[in-house]
Design a protein around this ligand. Sequence first.
Ligand code: SF4
Length: 359
Amino acid sequence: MKQIRRKTRKIKVGNLYIGGDAPISVQSMCTTKTEDASATITQIQRLTGAGCQIARVTVPSEAAAKALPEIRKAIQIPLVADIHFNYKMALMAVDSGVDKIRINPGNIGSKARVKEVLKACQSAGIPIRIGINTGSLEKDILQHFGYPTAEAMVLSARRHLDICEEHGFENVILALKSSNVKLMIEANRLFSQRYDYPLHLGVTEAGPTRSGTIKSAIGIGTLLAEGIGDTIRVSLTDDPEEELKVGFEILKNLGLASGGVNLISCPTCGRLEVDLFKIVREIELKVSGIKKDLTVAVMGCAVNGPGEAAEADIGIACGKGGALFYIHGKKSTKVKESEIVPRLLEAIDNYKPKEKKGE
Ligand code: SF4
């Protein structure tokens, strides 16, 4: 079934767009101290190599804000400055040439300060991202609803949007995040029914890699499958590179990202006669950077393996001490167990997509 993507405004962020018909981008956030420009640049370059399309850095101090021009100059992807309350940091960030700032207008303080920040963004032609978190909802909203709800989150978003719209500023991206996956899903659904601002999706404080990956896949994946969401960030208590891998995996499995190996492998059972765990671990590691668009199936035995292996672009069905290869559904060669990984990588390297009939 073809996914129908919700129509949103298209917002320019540096050299890419968020929303409208723009591809869904994957972003991450640096874990370095922003004032250490050299470490931050090194991390952003590493993340760019891993596919990161937008990098965010925190700007909690003047020292961090002062490092932004050097960082901006050295990197190739859009840079986002994450500001909490200090409007001066926001103004310094805009001046330094960042491509977007993450700030909630209702948290800046006086009307004059809000006006100054929005005017600066307007003149620089950069958007802001408003971030609603269940952990930082306004006291009166919490009192009214009793506890964080989707409606409470959308009301909070509405307040910040009102401030922007009063100043004629609509260059805005919204995020409604929670560590509660169901709440995050409901809030984004509700927001998307009412407004057409692009949505940045994420399950906040998702946790360590295993549980964080599951929470993110459910939260972000459910919404994307419904056509909601324009950019994503997976937050894990892990290296940001891991966040990117999970983000791309979510997009890939929903058919929203092209490029990359879709690795299928069986759960194994008593029929297994090779060390499939080792084989799959090695293959997963080695194919993670490959941009070719293909499905590889690694199956444990000759009983149920051949069917799945023949369905994939490249497949192997293992047997006692080795494996039978399938390329484009056809039996190819038999290799010894020790040769499975190198021969599979070679097959991926040489792989050419099947020509479609009539082409
Ligand atoms: S493919 Fe074979 S080894 Fe793997 S789970 Fe199925 S039956 Fe078991």
